[in-house]
Design a protein around this ligand. Structure first.
Ligand SMILES: *Cc1c(COP(=O)(O)O)cnc(C)c1O
Length: 372
């Protein structure tokens, strides 16, 4: 029995081993481990990839969100509107600024935030909106930009899962005032450790993030503001530089695999992930919805197929956010999705011929999917 992992970083390394090994050796030989030419070069190359003026390397996607929000003026007492369905880092970064996350429910068709619910959650204290391009699918940005323009607040994109995705022809990461990328190892562009970047066209935001990531200094021992130790590591920058030229090809491969999944799921009578007509996703995750998820996961695991759940607990029900007082029933679509979503194996090196077997194991336990 062949086993199929959810993500396979080993297969990717084998395909680019020489470039990675050379990049790592180059940094060690240079003995420049903090900032330096590798970080600067990656920042230029990633900014060009996204199509923005600036990319500022930071320690993680979480650092990117935290520092971008600060640079966009989020302060203690402010509110930031975001989705109830994301990785915990999204509201965590809002709280790191001393601000309060205010959630909106999701559109069940895509699991991205329901843009029609955003305006009602905005108050005089709202300082920013943070849409998440969940699973590599762009959120519906134009309605959010309209609200933000009207309220004179910032849109900060959480693009941690969406390197290379497009919304109405525009690259994700160039739409809001700033965008945050994670290079966590399993992301579409992954480092060999923690890494992240803030991308922006706004010179002042880029300048603030550069200051904040490095202890608030511009020169060695003069600290202008209270900052953080949140730099991008030179070794990680070198790994990312070796991988970046492959990203378009890997994303294209994910699209081909997603097309095959869609074909097989449709044939099996299971709803394939919905893609709005304006979206070009990058399929960080391939997520279906099933009833009786535990049983389905076990059947797949018994057959050697690994799956994941992104995410089993909606943000407003996380114990760490209990003080917000948002009980069960606050965001019903996010709660329902949290009980039904199932992530199937998806990585560029996945053998397309494995997909029919994976789908056949899902059986008939599909969840009804309104709005799809
Ligand atoms: C991965 C991720 C983050 C956090 O990135 P790290 O690099 O792990 O800190 C933030 N938001 C979303 C949606 C993510 O998937």
């Amino acid at each position: 029995m062949t086993t199929i992992p959810l993500v396979d970083l080993g297969r990717q390394y084998e395909s680019i081993r020489e470039d990675i090994d050379a990049a790592v050796a180059r940094v060690i030989k240079s003995a420049v481990f903090i900032q330096g030419p590798e970080v600067g070069a990656f920042e230029r190359e990633f900014a060009a990839f996204v199509g923005a003026r600036h990319a500022v390397g930071v320690g993680s996607g979480t650092d990117a969100l935290h520092l971008a929000l600060r640079a966009c003026g989020v302060r203690p007492g402010d509110e930031v509107v975001t989705t109830a369905m994301s990785f915990f880092a999204t509201p965590e970064a809002i709280r790191m600024c001393g601000a309060t996350p205010v959630f909106v429910d999701i559109d069940p068709a895509t699991c991205n935030l329901d843009v029609a619910a955003v305006e009602a959650q905005c108050t005089s204290r709202t300082r920013a909106i943070v849409p998440v391009h969940l699973y590599g699918q762009p959120a519906d940005m134009d309605p959010l930009l309209d609200i933000a323009r009207h309220l004179k607040i910032a849109v900060v994109e959480d693009a941690a899962q969406a390197h290379g995705a497009r919304y109405c022809g525009r690259p994700v990461g160039t739409i809001g005032r700033a965008a945050c990328f994670s290079f966590y190892p399993g992301k579409n562009l992954g480092a060999y450790g923690d890494a992240g970047a803030v991308v922006t066209d706004d010179d002042a935001v880029a300048d603030q993030v550069r200051l904040l990531r490095d202890h608030g200094r511009r020169s060695k021992y003069e600290h202008l503001v209270q900052g953080f130790g949140a730099r991008l590591d030179a070794l990680q920058a070198a790994v990312l530089r070796a991988k970046l030229p492959h990203l378009e090809g890997w994303n294209a491969r994910r699209r081909a695999l997603a097309a095959r999944y869609t074909q097989e799921l449709t044939r099996a009578g299971i709803d394939a992930p919905h893609v709005p007509e304006w979206a070009v996703p990058v399929w960080h995750l391939l997520v279906v919805r099933v009833k009786n998820r535990a049983a389905v996961q076990k059947r797949l695991a018994d057959a050697g197929v690994s799956t994941g759940v992104h995410y089993p607990i909606p943000l407003h029900l996380q114990p760490a956010l209990a003080h917000l007082g948002l009980g069960a029933g606050s965001y019903p679509e996010a709660e329902r999705a949290a009980g039904e979503v199932l992530s199937l194996p998806m990585f560029a090196e996945l053998d397309e011929r494995e997909i029919p077997r994976i789908v056949s194991l899902l059986g008939g336990e599909r969840a009804d999917q309104p709005g799809n």
